[in-house]
Design a protein around this ligand. Sequence first.
Ligand SMILES: *Cc1c(COP(=O)(O)O)cnc(C)c1O
Length: 432
Amino acid sequence: MDNRVETMYEKLGISKEVFEFGRKIEEELKPRFQKMDEIAEYNQLKVLHAMQDNRVNESCFHYASGYGYNDQGRDTLEQVYASVFHTEAALVRPQITCGTHALALALSANLRPEDELLSPVGKPYDTLEEVIGIRKSKGSLAEYGITYRQVELLDDGYFDYPAIREAINERTKLVTIQRSKGYQTRPSYSVEKIGELISFIKGIKPDVICMVDNCYGEFVETIEPSDVGADMIVGSLIKNPGGGLAPIGGYIAGKEELIENCAYRLTSPGLGKEVGASLGVMQSFYQGFFLAPTVVSSAVKGAVFAAKIYETLGYRVIPDGTEERHDIIQAVELGTPEGVIAFCQGIQAAAPVDSYVTPEPWAMPGYDSDVIMAAGAFVQGSSIELSADGPIKPPYAVYFQGGLTWPHAKLGILKSLQGVIDAGIIGKERLR
Ligand SMILES: *Cc1c(COP(=O)(O)O)cnc(C)c1O
């Protein structure tokens, strides 16, 4: 290796031992990285093909204001999303403020009083608890007379088919399936597994709407849940499909009628997709979507690199260093508060923005323990950018994700390791 690179690492605070250890791990991962490059290549071509097919042109990036009638850039982008995800339609808007908003929109637009919502995959993402009304909240689905049922997962983290069959009834209107484990300990699901679950459900009740929370999953594989029977897929643009460039936004892609319902709910009955000016964000939406396949691939490489590093050092990592990936999240159980803090401070120190800030654990609203968060992002809260957070409670795990480029993800992880070593949590001799 060119020792100018080593010198740069040294300038960025990486010791020779850590650098060498990282190099060894990276070498072992070469065959896996090659597979990830192949996925990125396929997905890049898929996005490019969709952009060409839909005749994306320079005027798509023009500023649109006011009502946004005939906002051609916006309308074309929605066709591009629909082409990539192989759906009839899509809604991709800066007016959808985040992933939770997109999910809340998809649910409230397609459920009516007395309908029932079913999660066959256990507890949904934390923020959805208030949306559904599992935790009481203003304007929840529960307040509108929409009931909710949940089927717990089996001990292996997979689907309890007999219980799911039992849970489906004449009021079951919509089934929500979360692809990524998020910050739980169950596995993230492959698109193939999600397809099996959808087939099973449709076999019992063909007209039930199957929605997939696709957050953190886009472009990790070469197919998406919409390729295996999902009627709607939903996600955030400050995660995977925004490619790090989208400054805000969410998307819903799926059947024409369902997307129309979403548009009517987002703007107003009668207006639907026709209004909602894009206010100059289109260029970043297009360019971010164009970059997303390689950005996601960098993030996945970072996740696997971290898994392999910490696993080699004897820590429990989820998923482990050999498992196939279905999302970009990596959990590392450091086992002590000091470990979690040192790890997160290392990630922060590697950031392009706010690298000089030292994050500390604090009592965040909505959490039942102190949490430490590392994020030095160009877009606030963007989790396709390298970021980590760790609740200060057993098993003292950090969850980290993102990395717009592989070299940055790599530096971040080496910096976390350096932090853990400098704090005396791992002895230097263990790197040999
Ligand atoms: C991030 C995430 C959400 C919520 O998205 P926000 O943009 O944070 O509101 C929902 N579900 C999953 C699985 C997520 O990862």
